[in-house]
Design a protein around this ligand. Structure first.
Ligand SMILES: Cc1cc2nc3c(=O)[nH]c(=O)nc-3n(C[C@H](O)[C@H](O)[C@H](O)COP(=O)(O)OP(=O)(O)OC[C@H]3O[C@@H](n4cnc5c(N)ncnc54)[C@H](O)[C@@H]3O)c2cc1C
Length: 416
């Protein structure tokens, strides 16, 4: 393969104590948590909105994790005040929400929290010195610019910063590297009168549930009357690969029209397609190799860890990576996620929070949901703040100090 070496100047645009890359659930919570620790925080987001898959890809339902605590609990209570919250650790919630309002709410929230959010700033490369991340270079509306910080938190979902900085990573199933498929979630709205069918040329016409991409009906109508959220498309591929992600955008859109057409002929005769997000949702790409790798066995054994930073009882939930119908769903009792899963091996000055943390294919299928990613981000923000304030290596952050920081930000863990 022909390749080019480039040498370009990237002026330092800003310096902060903590730079968070990626504004999804993990990045949002990391930034808020670090700002509450008194740090100067910059959040770099490549799109024009916060919320990650929850807004960008219209994944507008929070799965129940049995751990409604910390910043996640606060966000739900502020953004959906009508939503009852559980008063014990096992109780959970599964609310559908309005993604446009979440986007608005998060903009306002991060402004109030004093986080400097820069949109349309996409991470390009990490600048390292003796294995430590010193700066990140990003593409922006003003060209290449750099950001310096004491600690960086990679919340890109793909582990992009960590991988560029030299961290090792895995991708997909241990046997064949296949990841969970991508899905474009869309909305339909009840108009109160029959709608005209118009399936664009080239889209398949489904005649039965078995023919649908997931071989099942999967939709919710809980947030607003007549607003149907549909999770029924499915495209095989790894969303971190240029060709596979590009193919998925075309195929998923075909499926959106085809599924909508099927629903309009089968029980939703009065519904129109009302929202198609700007990008296909990506469930799984890269997992960094951290100082601990969460495994299927940890989930099944309900393992507890001294350095717990998040807890969940969300099921093992693997949409068939071969893109065919079928989902491996297995209930579990609940387990801990240890801090070491966020600390990449071989790179200093960097944490990885959210779905790209260190986990096997099966383990990530459970920890990947939004509530857990908010929890992991909050822990990363606090750990990064402690390390930055005391000049510590991230792996040397004292667990008791981290737990005290989490408790001071209203994170409650189930004991035992
Ligand atoms: C189709 C689908 C259905 C799902 N269903 C549910 C569900 O029902 N309930 C639930 O709770 N969870 C669900 N999930 C899982 C959940 O949405 C994600 O796992 C979760 O959003 C991951 O959070 P994150 O912060 O790690 O990453 P993401 O949400 O992926 O956010 C990453 C952010 O980083 C930004 N970014 C990426 N690269 C760069 C870069 N180079 N520079 C700057 N910014 C960058 C992205 O734009 C994005 O904003 C679903 C996911 C998908 C795809």
């Amino acid at each position: 393969m022909v390749s080019y070496m480039i040498q370009k100047e990237a002026p330092v645009f800003e310096r902060a104590d903590i730079v968070v890359v990626g504004g999804g659930p993990a990045g949002v919570a990391a930034a808020i948590a670090a700002a509450r620790c008194g740090r100067k925080v910059l959040l770099l987001e490549q799109s024009g909105q916060l919320g990650g898959m929850g807004t960008l890809a219209n994944v507008s339902v929070f799965m129940g994790v049995g751990n409604v605590t910390g910043i996640y609990r606060e966000i739900v209570s502020e953004f959906m005040p009508q939503q009852p919250l559980p008063d014990n650790h096992k109780g959970s919630i599964w609310p559908q929400y309005n993604p446009f309002r979440l986007r608005y709410y998060l903009n306002e929230k991060l402004e109030k929290e004093g986080v400097d959010v820069l949109f349309h700033v996409g991470f390009v490369s990490a600048v390292t010195e003796q294995g430590r991340v010193k700066a990140v270079v990003a593409n922006s509306r003003e060209g290449l610019i750099a950001f310096e910080a004491d600690v960086f938190i990679d919340c890109t979902g793909d582990g992009r910063v960590a991988i560029d900085a030299g961290a090792t990573y895995t991708s997909g199933r241990e046997g064949d590297g296949m990841t969970q498929p991508m899905t474009m979630m869309f909305m339909m709205q009840d108009t109160g009168r029959p709608v005209k069918l118009s399936l664009p040329e080239g889209c398949p016409r489904y005649e039965s549930v078995e023919e649908l991409p997931q071989g099942r009906l999967l939709h919710w109508e809980q947030s607003e009357p007549g607003n149907l959220l549909v999770n029924m498309t499915r495209v095989k591929g790894n969303g971190a690969k240029v060709r596979e992600a590009s193919r998925a955008e075309r195929e998923a859109l075909r499926q959106v029209f085809a599924v909508a057409d099927y629903l309009q002929r089968n029980g939703h005769e009065q519904y129109v397609l009302s929202h198609v997000p700007g990008q296909t949702g990506v469930r799984e790409t890269n997992q960094i190799v951290g100082h601990y790798t969460l495994s299927e066995d940890d989930l099944l054994a309900g393992r507890r860890f001294r350095d717990v930073v998040a807890q969940t009882n969300y099921e093992i939930d693997i949409h068939s990576p071969d893109g065919k119908a079928g989902t491996d769903e297995r209930k579990i009792d609940g387990y801990d996620i240890p801090y070491r899963c966020l600390v990449p091996k071989g790179v200093e000055g960097l944490l990885v929070a959210g779905r790209a943390m260190s986990a096997t294919h099966v383990a990530m299928s459970s920890m990947r949901v939004q509530a857990t990613c908010y929890g992991l981000g909050q822990a990363a923000g606090i750990a990064a703040s402690i390390a930055a304030a005391r000049g510590l290596r991230l792996l040397d952050v004292d667990v008791d100090d981290l737990h005290a920081g989490l408790a001071s930000q209203n994170v409650v863990f189930q004991k035992g």
